[in-house]
Design a binder for this molecule. Structure first.
Ligand code: ADP
Ligand code: MG
Length: 266
């Protein structure tokens, strides 16, 4: 690798799309799990007030003592918020509903766009990868995710409206790059809920590839019932049913992500 990063600095990916229900949280949980299965030390930060990543990893409300909210507001250190999950090598900073207030409360704070970045820099535990599961908006929380990140990973649902709103997302990434985080990259775009029997899916996929070119991962995530069942068991699909098509797809995605990361090898 090019050795661009210090061995102790994690690579940070923000999982971003201002649309809800496109597979951000599913990708965050399962990519994190697949990276941990590849023996990477991984931290998932739940930056969505809905807390779906926390619930999907089986972290109860009772276990969410110190959350992303307290960390962003400077009330607690990130080190106190780390929770272990059922996945070896994967830890979580959980979210609670209070986080919804942070979108407004942060406006009045110093370095409001850098709160997450500053917190990650204070981490004493060593991670190879930090994944940030962003909420479905391009507000101050997502901005914190993109400012803290080395790269953005965009899940896109294969549907008629997939490309709608994308220019807004791309412009936002460009604006962050120009002002707050000049080294921000696009790690890639992953097509989710892909249904190969549906012709529309192929059309959308070729449109997206026309727009993003090589940035679109070869791996597509199939629409898979095991993926949708797993969160209600508080497990990543890889622990729920590692053989299913959904699990295999996330393993492939992780290897593509790692391949793209070779220049930054630890
Ligand atoms: P977001 O975080 O973007 O709002 P989620 O990851 O929560 O989206 O996904 C929205 C819903 O779709 C969830 O109920 C999830 O279980 C389901 N889902 C996500 N990806 C898949 C998939 N590949 N196959 C089937 N269901 C999926
Ligand atoms: Mg989500």
């Amino acid at each position: 690798g090019a050795g661009k990063t210090n061995a102790k600095t994690p690579r940070v990916f923000a999982i971003v799309n201002q649309k809800g229900g496109v597979g951000k949280t599913t990708t965050a949980i399962n990519l994190a799990t697949a990276l941990a299965a590849a023996e990477k030390r991984v931290l998932l930060i739940d930056l969505d007030p809905q807390g779906n990543a926390s619930t999907g990893l089986g972290i109860s409300q009772k276990q969410r003592v110190i959350t992303t909210y307290e960390v962003l507001m400077g009330m607690d250190e990130i080190g106190g918020a780390l929770v272990s999950t059922s996945v070896p090598g994967l830890q979580l900073v959980p979210a609670s509903v209070e986080l919804a207030g942070a979108e407004v409360e942060l406006v009045e704070t110093a370095r409001r766009e850098y709160r997450l970045k500053d917190a990650i820099e204070r981490l004493k535990v060593v991670y190879d990868y930090v994944l940030v599961d962003c909420p479905p908006s391009l507000g101050l929380l997502t901005l914190n995710g993109m400012v803290a990140a080395n790269a953005v990973l965009v899940p896109l649902q294969c549907e008629f409206y997939a490309l709608e709103g994308l220019s807004h997302l791309v412009r936002t990434i460009d604006r962050v790059k120009k002002s707050l985080n000049p080294s921000l990259d696009l790690q890639g775009v992953v097509l989710t809920m892909f249904d190969k029997r549906n012709n529309l899916c192929d059309l959308v996929a070729s449109d997206v590839r026309g727009y993003f070119g090589e940035k679109v991962y070869n791996t597509t995530i199939p629409r898979n019932v095991r993926i949708s069942e797993a969160p209600s068991h508080g497990k990543p699909v890889l622990l729920y049913d590692w053989r299913c098509a959904g699990s295999q797809a996330y393993i492939h995605l992780a290897s593509e992500v790692l391949y793209r990361e070779q220049d930054y090898a630890h």
